[in-house]
Design a protein around this ligand. Structure first.
Ligand code: PEP
Ligand code: MG
Length: 577
């Protein structure tokens, strides 16, 4: 038995048989010398293979568009890559200097390009390596005349194991047969991860070198909660996970029955539970989980992978689709939060030493007012389809909020000039993610319809812990007294001004936080849809008076360990262990 740790991308536990999908195995590519007179013929073979590849990509693009996947635009990037003159020039130049068969040359050129991209300090360029490898593999398959093993035709349930799955594979694979997915590469924000979440496949990515130790048919346990993969589990591990699985399905049956019941404590204190989404397609599933709307739509994912900023019409359609799907339940659209590790293709970017303290979120939007206004116009126009709220990310002070509100007014004026109707009932909220915003929450609340606490960033900036750095992740504790006091301060500032206090960071979906946040007076919780039933179950099992007492005690604690111990024993007392 061997345990590997990676990054959890979608939760869930699966015990199953491995299917090794080793697209990276190039040992089959022949390598031989050619004569000078064969260069022309090899080039022609290359051009024909590119033609076939382009046709293939066009079909994939169309079929993913039919599936209504915004990211079908990624195939545009692949098409551009397949026809890139510089790529073609490099193939020709190498053929003419090395006199080797063209499939080998294509592989070498792509490998060199990938290595260069992978060594870049820029996350966007590193992710481009996957595109280069996807397209070159496609061309090589045509050159070799091999039928690529298709994940669309799977006869049995599998745990898919791959070093680096291609996007085209993910879009076309048989999702009902693939029970879980594990990969050596991949990060939480990679395109692959985004699709995995959309399709709801329990997955662990970023396993480094696990795949080389796995063979097809091996027994695997994928623990999407912990981000762990167990190869050849022993009887004890199997038994433990079988038990967990049984509890899981029993719990999920019980929990899904909760979806129609209100999020109300035993003493009838009602709160609102909403979902966080990244892609428009996710909205379709929310009713089943009992979400009372969307509390955070991370709109930046609409911009990524398209090769350019999403134009107004595309945005308008995406927002309208989400709003219509939600059938009258509010949709909170957060304006783009890029920068840091989320870089928009085709837009200016800086090589910053401290990207997380740099040109991010609202700073980025305010610096590109036309782009910002385009997004706001698209949201305004879509607001005729149903209730919409707008939320600004990473506000650090009143000046930024006022500037953002001014751009919103300009966007409204432009819509009016063009005769484009919009709702005059759009709430505008401020995200509280920076200590300065907490400390001035009373001032920000004056100009906001609600405050929404983003604990992921609030923890990062309060405790000076890079949220993506696993070396310091032990410090990233949302129950740290500083964070808890900041949360309470924000909730109180909102209430003092008579507006709602919302939380849309991960802490809102953390079972250990639910009673504590209730007791602190939080009005709305927004979280990954998968967490909703469990949080609702906790809320329905407690009394507000007890939660208030718990919150008072927690706020008096001196360390996160004390808070965690307090909450743990409180939960055990109320719900059993
Ligand atoms: C947060 O910071 O808590 C948040 C919700 O925003 P994001 O995770 O997208 O930065
Ligand atoms: Mg944030």
């Amino acid at each position: 038995m061997k345990i590997f740790t990676g990054i959890s991308v979608y939760p869930g536990i699966v015990i199953g048989k491995a299917l090794l999908y080793q697209e990276d195995d190039y040992s089959e590519i022949p390598r031989y010398t050619i004569g000078q007179e064969q260069v022309e013929g090899e080039l022609k073979r290359f051009v024909d293979a590119v033609k076939d590849t382009v046709e293939d990509l066009q079909i994939l693009k169309e079929s993913s568009r039919e599936m209504n996947l915004e990211q079908s635009a990624i195939f545009n990037a692949h098409l551009l890559m397949a026809e890139d003159p510089d790529f073609h020039y490099q193939i020709k130049a190498r053929l003419e200097s090395k006199y080797e068969n063209v499939e080998w040359i294509v592989w070498e050129v792509a490998r060199d390009l990938c290595q260069k991209l992978l060594m870049s300090s820029d996350a966007y360029l590193r992710e481009k390596a996957a595109d280069v490898s996807d397209v070159s593999r496609r061309i090589i398959s045509f050159l070799l005349g091999v039928q690529r093993f298709s994940l669309a035709n799977l006869a049995e349930d599998v745990v898919l194991v791959s070093r680096n799955l291609l996007l085209s594979d993910i879009l076309t694979m048989n999702k009902t047969r693939i029970k879980a997915l594990v990969m050596d590469l991949g990060s939480r924000t990679s395109h692959t991860a985004i699709f995995i979440r959309t399709f709801g496949i329990p997955s662990v990515l970023g396993l480094s070198n696990a795949v080389r130790e796995i063979n097809s048919g091996d027994t695997l346990i994928v623990d999407g909660e912990k981000g762990e993969l167990i190869l050849d589990p022993d009887e004890t591990a199997l038994e433990r996970y079988r038990r967990k699985l049984a509890e899981y399905s029993h719990d999920s049956d019980k929990l899904s029955a909760l979806s129609r019941l209100p999020a109300e404590t035993k003493d009838h204190h009602r709160v609102v539970l909403r979902a966080n989404i990244e892609l428009p397609e996710e909205a379709g599933d929310l009713e089943r989980c009992g979400a009372e709307g969307i509390g955070l739509y991370r709109s930046e994912f609409l911009f990524m992978g398209s090769g350019k900023a999403a134009e107004e019409e595309r945005q308008y359609l995406a927002y309208s689709q989400v709003i219509k799907t939600m059938k009258g339940k509010p949709v909170t659209i957060r304006t783009v939060d890029v920068g840091g590790d989320k870089i928009l293709p085709g837009l200016p970017r800086n090589d910053e030493i401290n990207p997380l303290l740099g040109w991010r979120a609202i700073r980025f939007s305010l610096a590109l007012p036309e782009m910002f206004k385009t997004q706001l116009r698209a949201i305004l126009r879509a607001s005729t389809e149903g209730p919409v709220k707008i939320m600004f990310p990473m506000i650090s002070g009143i000046e930024e909020l006022e500037q953002a509100l001014a751009v919103l007014e300009e966007a409204k004026a432009e819509c009016r000039r063009k005769g484009q109707p919009y709702s005059d009932n759009i709430e505008v909220g401020t995200m509280i993610e920076i200590p300065a915003a907490v400390v001035t929450a009373d001032i920000l609340a004056e100009k906001s319809d609600f405050l929404s606490i983003g604990t992921n960033d609030l923890v990062q900036y309060t405790l000076a812990v890079d949220r993506g750095n696993e070396r310091v992740s032990y410090l990233a504790q949302p129950t740290h007294p500083a964070v808890l006091r900041f949360i309470k301060q924000t909730i109180d500032a909102a209430h003092h001004r008579g507006i709602k206090a919302v939380m849309c960071g991960e802490f809102a979906g953390d079972p250990k936080a639910a009673a504590l946040l209730l007791g602190m007076g939080l009005d709305e919780f927004s979280m990954a849809a998968i967490s909703l039933p469990q949080i609702k179950n906790i809320i329905r099992g407690v009394n507000m008076a007890d939660c208030k007492a718990l919150a008072l005690k927690a706020l008096a604690c001196t360390s996160f360990k004390q808070v965690d111990a307090l909450v743990e024993s409180w939960m055990a007392e109320h719900f059993g262990s």
